[in-house]
Write a protein that binds this ligand. Structure first.
Ligand SMILES: [Mg+2]
Length: 298
């Protein structure tokens, strides 16, 4: 994994902590990279321009045996509620369904909270879950599919299933399902490639669906939607690495950012991809509480 670009200096000593913007930052919240320190300074200067985005499990909520029992760490929701009043946007980006972190996860009361679930494929906001608009390639593939099937000589019984964010072609109902699938495979792969989709084979089915959604794409897309001027992202797992990389790429585009690792013994290698490592959900909560205090008007 690629660490965010740094300008080459090592961990900040107490003197480097400064820059007037970082005066008073507790050592445990001072990013070890120059890029991270610039990102934190930008956040302290311009909270209204900030997007604070966090993973849920292992970051805001301790990992528990039964995923359905996961809840925000004590104090985390209160800190986010306070922070949400002083920063531009607060978002959760999770592999879970979008509703869970809000309710029952414990974050529903955070003002203006948006949860991007399924790595950005659906959204919770204000108690409502909405699937995002389908990617344009799916609409084009849906429209072209009858012509492609006809040209390929798809046998009677070939059946197209519209899945909303994907279209699937089934051959189970044809006289020779395996032969029909073999016949259609190449034309469907070509169609998928032309429309920027994946042709995912299954049991007597080929599904045309968008390529990988990931937290990096979700983060970048939400930043541009909100027109955020800077970002802090916090995560704890391999699935968060694309978002850490997105923070690094955004910096190169002139958007300051801080990548925060919710550190755990289970994924020690993640720390290298981050500007700052805190100690699991208690450490994340302490960081959010400190930010809320620092940014709230006296
Ligand atoms: Mg996680």
């Amino acid at each position: 994994m690629t660490p965010p670009p740094d300008t080459g200096d090592g961990p900040a000593g107490p003197d480097q902590a400064a820059g007037p913007d970082l005066a008073g930052v507790p050592p445990e919240f001072l990013p070890r990279t120059a890029g991270g320190r610039s990102g934190l300074a930008a956040l302290l200067r311009d909270p209204v321009g900030a997007l604070i985005a966090l993973d849920f499990d292992g970051t805001l909520a301790p990992i528990v045996e039964d995923p359905a029992a996961a809840r925000a760490y004590p104090g985390a929701a209160a800190a986010l509620r306070r922070l949400a009043r002083v920063v531009g946007s607060v978002a959760i980006i999770t592999g879970r369904d979008a509703a869970f972190p809000a309710e029952p996860g414990g974050l529903a009361g955070v003002p203006g909270l948006v949860v991007l679930g399924h790595y950005g494929g659906e959204r919770w906001a204000g108690g409502e879950v909405t699937p995002l608009p389908e990617p344009p390639g799916v609409a084009a593939a849906r429209q072209r599919l009858p012509g492609v099937l006809a040209a390929a000589g798809a046998p009677p019984g070939t059946w197209t299933e519209d899945k909303g964010n994907a279209v699937a072609v089934h051959t189970r109902r044809t006289a020779d399902p395996v032969g029909a699938l073999r016949l259609l495979r190449r034309p469907l792969e070509d169609l998928a490639a032309q429309e920027g989709l994946l042709a995912q084979p299954g049991r007597l089915v080929i599904e045309l669906r968008p390529g990988g959604v990931d937290k990096g794409k979700a983060l970048k897309s939400y930043i541009s939607e909100r027109a955020s001027r800077l970002v802090l992202f916090c995560g704890d797992d391999i699935g968060d690495v694309p978002a850490f990389q997105a923070v690094a790429e955004l910096r190169q585009d002139g958007i300051p950012g801080v990548a925060v690792c919710s550190g755990s013994a289970e994924v020690p290698e993640l720390a290298a991809a981050c500007d700052l490592v805190v100690d699991g959900p208690p450490g994340v909560t302490a960081l959010l509480e400190w930010l809320a205090r620092r940014l709230s008007p006296a």
